[in-house]
Design a protein around this ligand. Structure first.
Ligand code: IFM
Length: 470
């Protein structure tokens, strides 16, 4: 059994996680530069108290040096057989202060990258914002400032004017749940704010409005037809058993604001696709909920062509006495190197929920895992766990396609091992290994296996991958 003929097979990355060149060719700083550079003991041992914000004091200063090695990286993508590549734009590389003066050299980099991708037969999927907010704008209030909507529109326009004749697939925001909840609510990610609920929801409202303005600007400025969407986390649950009751329980939890403030699906997606915040959220947040001005919800709910969902895991749910209940996993449940549970069913139930509720084409814009990978004595990187994980997840995705979910593509996270935010270079998510001392790339076994999945359009998922060497 295969995937639909035009199914898009790709891999993904983001600017801060791979580009490096943090102060090259006029790039301005982002909140992640600020966070990474706030080391507790400059020149001293990095592992002493107080703990650096990032594991072992790592930074994205050099990362994979993709800024200088993009041609090599595109050649690797081509050798794997990728049909598409999802990358993001560093806002402060193209507009060092976030607005105002344009950094032509920064734009030139993305221009070259797009040309190289197209020449290699790889379709670019471009995300405008993947968390690296310009530091200058953050100091003006960032997402808390209503002007942030106009700032984002200016960024979108600059990028669309330069790339919009060739890039046809766009995403405005990546994982607003993460940069809002973890960056502005929990203080874990940059810019490390711990806002109260009212302010957090206000920042979120402005981010959602920025998405809407971004859609408008992309449609107005790109040449020719384009597909526009965004890429939230899909907070995924799956039924503990096959019973109708447990299925309903999983769907019910995915459609609700479960617990942790705005770590959920509907606060974002209902606003964007239905033009209103969900009732249970409004009830729960009460007076803290944003008071949209006239036109705000219309702006947020600009028509999108697709939704991209990022899914790594899910949790089992069952119905108990008419109420959904989370089921505790066995202590022996398989975990990735990051200690995330391996949950292939999330790639069936997540897209199914999204498709049934919002009735819009779906891409999996991120899925993958971190493994403890190294270069073996034979010079290769053998990563059977990545192969097994991805095979299990893709089989579930194929089942979703068979059951009628309108799935358009799958992007593996990530093309390269990269800077995994607070975890630094500890967590390796790549199809391609990067030695962070020499910056040498080594294509992993999983990349060759994935290339075979791509060339057979998913048919090879039926074959045992471990009867041959990759
Ligand atoms: O590395 C991140 C990415 O930036 C956003 N989604 C999850 C990935 C793995 O944690």
């Amino acid at each position: 059994m295969t995937f639909p003929n035009n199914f898009v097979w790709g891999a993904a990355s983001s600017a801060y996680q791979i580009e490096g060149a943090w102060n090259t060719d006029g790039r301005g700083e982002s909140v992640w530069d600020t966070m990474c550079h706030a080391r507790p003991s400059v020149g001293g041992p990095v592992n002493k108290f107080p703990q650096p914000a990032i594991w072992n004091g790592h930074t994205g200063d050099v990362a994979c040096d993709h800024y200088h090695r993009s041609s090599e990286d595109v050649a690797i993508m081509k050798s794997i057989g990728l049909k598409a590549y999802r990358f993001s734009i560093s806002w402060s590389r193209v507009l060092p202060d976030g607005i105002g003066s344009i950094n032509t050299k920064g734009l030139d980099f993305y221009d070259r990258l797009v040309n190289e991708l197209l020449a290699a037969g790889i379709t670019p999927y471009t995300t405008l914002f993947h968390w690296d907010y310009p530091e200058t704008l953050f100091r003006k209030g960032g997402w808390l400032n209503r002007d942030s909507v106009q700032w984002f529109a200016e960024f979108a326009q600059v990028v669309a004017d330069r790339l919009g004749d060739r890039v046809k697939h766009w995403m405005t925001l990546n994982e607003p749940q993460v940069f809002l909840q973890f960056g502005h609510g929990d203080g874990h990610n940059a810019p490390r704010l711990r806002l109260g609920t009212r302010e957090l929801l206000l920042a979120c409202h402005h981010a959602l409005m920025s998405h809407g303005r971004g859609v408008q600007v992309l449609r107005a400025r790109c040449k020719g037809p384009q597909q526009v969407g965004y890429a939230p986390v899909c907070v995924t649950k799956y039924p503990f058993t096959d019973s109708k009751e447990d299925q309903a329980a999983a769907m019910q939890v995915m459609a609700s604001l479960e617990d942790h403030n705005i770590w959920c699906n509907t606060w974002y997606n209902d606003a964007i696709f239905f033009g209103r915040y969900p009732e249970d959220g409004l009830r729960r947040f009460g007076a803290d909920a944003p008071k949209p001005a006239a036109g705000d919800m219309e702006l947020i709910s600009q028509k999108c062509d697709f939704i991209g969902v990022n899914i790594y895991e899910g949790a089992p749910v069952r119905m108990r006495d008419g109420k959904p209940e989370l089921v505790t996993r066995e202590p022996t449940h398989p975990l990735t190197a990051y200690r995330w549970p391996v949950e292939p069913k999330s790639l069936y139930w997540g897209p199914k929920f999204i498709h049934e509720r919002y009735k819009i084409p779906v891409y999996i814009t991120e899925n993958g895992l971190s493994c403890v990978d190294w270069v073996s004595m034979d010079g290769r990187v053998h990563d059977p766990q990545r192969i097994d994980f991805t095979r299990r997840y893709l089989l579930e995705l194929r089942r979703a396609v068979t059951d009628g979910v309108d799935l358009r593509g799958y992007f593996h996270w990530s093309i390269l091992d990269n800077f995994e935010w607070n975890e630094g270079y500890k967590e390796r998510f790549g199809l391609v290994h990067v030695d962070f001392t020499t910056l040498k790339r080594t294509v992993k076994d999983s990349a060759r296996w994935y290339g075979n999945v791509i060339s057979t359009n998913g048919k090879s998922l039926d074959e045992d991958p471990f009867t041959r060497a990759w």
